[in-house]
Design a protein around this ligand. Sequence first.
Ligand SMILES: Cc1ncc(COP(=O)(O)O)c(C=O)c1O
Length: 300
Amino acid sequence: MQQQYNAQNDHLLIWVGNQLYPRAEAKVSVFDSSVQGGDAVWEGLRVYNGRIFALDEHLNRLHESAKAMLFEGVPSLEFIKNAIFETLKANQMRNQAHIRLTLTRGEKITSGMDPRLNQKGCTLIVLAEWKQPVYGSAGVRLITASVRRNSPMNLDSKIHHNNLINNILAKIAANIANADDALMLDNYGFVSETNACNIFMVKNGTLYTPHADACLPGITRKKVLAIAQQIGLPFAEKNISLTEIYNANEVFTTGTMGELTKVWEIDGRKIENPHTTSILQLIQQHFTQLTQTEGEELPF
Ligand SMILES: Cc1ncc(COP(=O)(O)O)c(C=O)c1O
């Protein structure tokens, strides 16, 4: 399912650097590191019921990504939180909003890749939009991309960076095949994640997900594993081959943008559940409850 323009977002106020700007004026410099080299880190967050879900976990991952990239002049957690609150308040968003939080290495004194050219500190962008979960209730069809998901051998997928070419090439392969998203493999040929989400499968009552070696260790992924533990559902992180996932009883993806989404076909193989109950539905119910009750309350 392709996202469409939402006119509700015509008049957004967007935080760039130290203040809010109307949508048409919210810009970074052509000298900004995000333009020069995709040299930025990001998070996607959701607002439910007057709360920001898993805010501290997202901010912690942002700071860890920035540390791994040796950013200088990183704004404090308090500054970032305040910028998020101010942005949501200015847009009167207390529900059904998605926040794209970006921290770039900042503006350079001249073009070039050398981080020593960055002498002004980081640029913070808080882009909050009205956005429902992006995948439809019918679920998604995947194809396997030929491009492999980055492993620590090349570029550690634990850094949530803006250099998304690896994922975008996989997404292009999915678009050409008329699929919703692409399944990506690691360097050994095991399933890692999709171009945008983590992946889970259920087989004979056990929940499986790949080790977080060549995928982002997603916050939704972590919540799903915690739900499994809480409800006594057997689960394991393991290497998963394509043959295993084609023959799973249920497959679903997880991520802030799309929450938990059923996968109904992979590479032309239908995912068939011989059981009358759905473990995905059970986990989904628990996840929805978490989003309505957990999270940092908005101060307005
Ligand atoms: C490649 C990739 N995998 C997985 C996820 C899901 O992570 P989370 O559950 O923290 O949103 C994302 C989200 O940005 C992502 O970009």
